[in-house]
Write a protein that binds this ligand. Structure first.
Ligand SMILES: Cc1cc2nc3c(=O)[nH]c(=O)nc-3n(C[C@H](O)[C@H](O)[C@H](O)COP(=O)(O)OP(=O)(O)OC[C@H]3O[C@@H](n4cnc5c(N)ncnc54)[C@H](O)[C@@H]3O)c2cc1C
Length: 327
C-alpha cells in the first residue's frame, strides 16, 4: 500500500498549520494548493512603489495559546516583534489591549516561516475535487483526504456542498504613502479605531520597526462594514479617493505630501458569526478561521487541530467507504 497523501487547499495560516502538523508530527505527506503566488492568505503584505513592506490584511496578531507561542517564537526568532505605540478612539482615549505581534519582514512571512519545507503548488486554483475509489482527485492527482481552508463560499464550491454558505463581511483597504516622517499624532500613536465612522481602522505602519524608511510615512486604513458593503462593487478609484480623504482627516495630513495610494478589496475579510458546518463528504475537511474568530491565531489553531482529525480519519476509515459522487 502506498503511504497516504493529503491535499490541503489554501496556504494561509490554517493551511500551513494543517500541512505542517500532518508532515512533521504524523509523518503524512501533504501538498498545499494555493491560487495566488505566495503563502499567507489574508495575513497579507504588499510592497509600495518604493519597496516598503506594508500589511494590508491582518495588521498584527495575538499570541495567547502556549503551543502557538512556542511554535511561532521558534519559527520566526528575532523577526517576531510587538507594536508598542498605542491604539486610541478618535477622541484620543487609549484602547487597552494585549501585545500586538507582527513579523518584521511582513506578516505574510509568518506563513512562510511556519512551513519552510512544505510542497506548495502556487498559482494553482482548485475549483472542484472528484471522488476516485476511496480517494479524491485534486488537480489530476490522487489524494486520500482533502482539507479546504479557502473561505467558506469557495470551500463549499470546491467540496461540492449545495447549502448556502455562511455570510462574510467585506473590507475595503487603503495603503497611503506620504513624503516625510510621521508628524502630529502619528508620531506617537499606532492606530485609531472608530466603531461608528466610515473608517473603522487607520494605522501608521511606521510603528512596525524596521519596515518603513525614515523619509516616508505609510498608513493602512480599513473601511467599516457599512462603507465596505456600500462600495464593494464600485471602482476602487472612487472609494480609494474617499478613504484617502478620510485618512488625511483622521491624522491631519497634508494631501500635497501623498505620493501613492494602493487599494485592496477583501470580499471575504471575516465571517459574520462563527459558522457551524454541514456534514462534509467522507475524507474531506474544512479548516480556517470561519468556525471560530477571524484571527490569525484562530486560523492556525484550526489548521493544527484539523491535522489530528485527518490523521484519525486515515487510521480509522473503513476500506469500503467510498466517497460520494459530487454532481
Ligand atoms: C483586512 C483584514 C484585516 C485583518 N486584521 C486582523 C488582525 O489585525 N489580527 C488578526 O489576528 N486577524 C486579522 N484578520 C483576519 C486574519 O487575516 C484571518 O483570520 C486569517 O488570516 C485567516 O486564515 P485562513 O488560513 O483561515 O484563511 P486565508 O488566509 O483566507 O487562507 C485561505 C487561502 O486559500 C487560498 N484559496 C482560496 N480559494 C482557493 C482555491 N480555489 N484554490 C486554491 N487556493 C485557494 C487563498 O488564496 C488563501 O491563501 C484580518 C483579515 C483581513 C482581511
Amino acid at each position: 500500500m502506498p503511504s497516504p497523501r493529503i491535499a490541503v487547499i489554501g496556504a494561509g495560516l490554517a493551511g500551513v498549520a494543517c500541512a505542517s502538523r500532518l508532515q512533521l508530527e504524523f509523518g503524512i505527506p501533504a501538498v498545499l494548493f494555493e491560487k495566488s503566488r505566495g503563502r499567507g492568505g489574508r495575513c497579507a503584505t504588499k510592497r509600495t512603489v518604493d519597496g516598503l513592506l506594508v500589511d494590508h490584511g491582518a495588521q498584527y496578531f495575538t499570541i495567547r495559546d502556549p503551543l502557538f507561542s512556542s511554535i511561532v517564537h521558534r519559527a520566526c526568532g528575532d523577526a517576531l516583534l510587538s507594536i508598542n505605540a498605542p491604539i486610541t478612539c478618535p477622541d484620543g482615549t487609549p484602547i487597552p489591549g494585549e501585545p500586538r505581534w507582527y513579523h518584521r519582514d511582513g506578516n505574510s512571512r509568518l506563513a512562510r516561516d511556519l512551513s519552510p519545507d512544505l510542497e506548495v503548488r502556487s498559482s494553482t486554483e482548485i475549483s472542484r475535487i472528484d471522488p476516485l475509489d476511496h480517494s479524491w482527485l485534486v488537480n489530476g492527482e490522487r489524494f486520500d483526504a482533502v482539507v479546504s481552508t479557502a473561505p467558506l463560499p469557495q470551500s463549499y464550491r470546491i467540496l461540492g456542498l449545495s447549502d448556502p454558505p455562511p455570510a462574510y463581511i467585506p473590507c475595503l483597504t487603503l495603503i497611503l504613502s506620504l513624503n516625510g516622517p510621521p508628524t502630529g499624532r502619528a508620531a506617537s500613536q499606532y492606530a485609531v479605531r472608530d466603531r461608528s465612522g466610515p473608517l473603522e481602522w487607520s494605522a501608521c505602519e511606521n510603528h512596525k520597526h524596521g519596515r518603513i524608511a525614515s523619509h516616508r510615512t505609510v498608513f493602512v486604513s480599513q473601511g467599516s462594514e457599512a462603507f465596505s458593503r456600500a462600495f464593494l462593487e464600485v471602482d476602487p478609484i472612487v472609494w480609494g479617493a474617499a478613504m484617502a480623504d478620510l485618512t488625511a482627516r483622521t491624522w491631519n495630513l497634508n494631501p500635497a505630501d501623498v505620493i501613492e495610494h494602493l487599494t485592496h478589496r477583501w470580499r471575504y475579510a471575516r465571517i459574520a458569526s462563527p459558522a457551524t458546518l454541514p456534514a462534509l463528504p467522507p475524507g474531506t475537511f474544512f479548516a480556517g478561521d470561519a468556525t471560530s474568530a477571524s484571527r490569525v491565531e484562530s486560523a492556525w489553531l484550526s489548521g493544527h487541530e484539523t491535522a489530528a482529525r485527518v490523521a484519525a480519519f486515515l487510521t480509522k476509515a473503513p476500506a469500503a467507504d467510498p466517497a460520494p459522487a459530487i454532481p
